[in-house]
Design a protein. Structure first.
Length: 127
């Protein structure tokens, strides 16, 4: 397209051929330099990288009852609390259990650590 556009412009405005070929060369050099920085955005095989969020912690950006948004890696993601868990309040930590499309299925972090504490607490109170 660039070459055709330059040829059409050259018909109306007398541009020297060295100028046209110089622009084409600069365009190719620019694409060659920027390719390593942009190819990841178009790489279809990277969809498995999203699953690396499973098991990580996120912070509730708003009340999750059961739907809402969480923040992870500086991004906001739509999330749903799974199971019969109580609503998660803003600022609380959640653990990502699964990903379905663009929705994270999460579980309150307090519940996971709370279960372990209940076991420890009951063993302390037993004679």
């Amino acid at each position: 397209m660039l070459i055709l556009l330059l040829i059409l412009v050259q018909r109306w405005v007398e541009l020297p051929w060295w100028f046209i070929w110089g622009l084409i060369t600069l365009w190719v050099v620019k694409d060659t330099i920027l390719f390593p920085f942009t190819w990841r955005a178009y790489d279809w095989d990277r969809s498995s990288d999203v699953n690396t969020m499973v098991g990580e912690r996120a912070i509730a950006d708003e009340r999750l009852a059961p739907w809402g948004y969480v923040q992870i890696h500086g991004e906001l993601w739509r999330a749903k609390v799974i199971g019969a868990n109580p609503p998660v309040e803003k600022g609380e930590e959640v653990r990502i259990k699964e990903i379905r499309g663009l929705t994270l299925l999460v579980q309150p972090e307090a519940e996971e650590s709370g279960e372990g504490n209940r076991i420890n607490d009951s063993s302390v109170h037993c004679p």
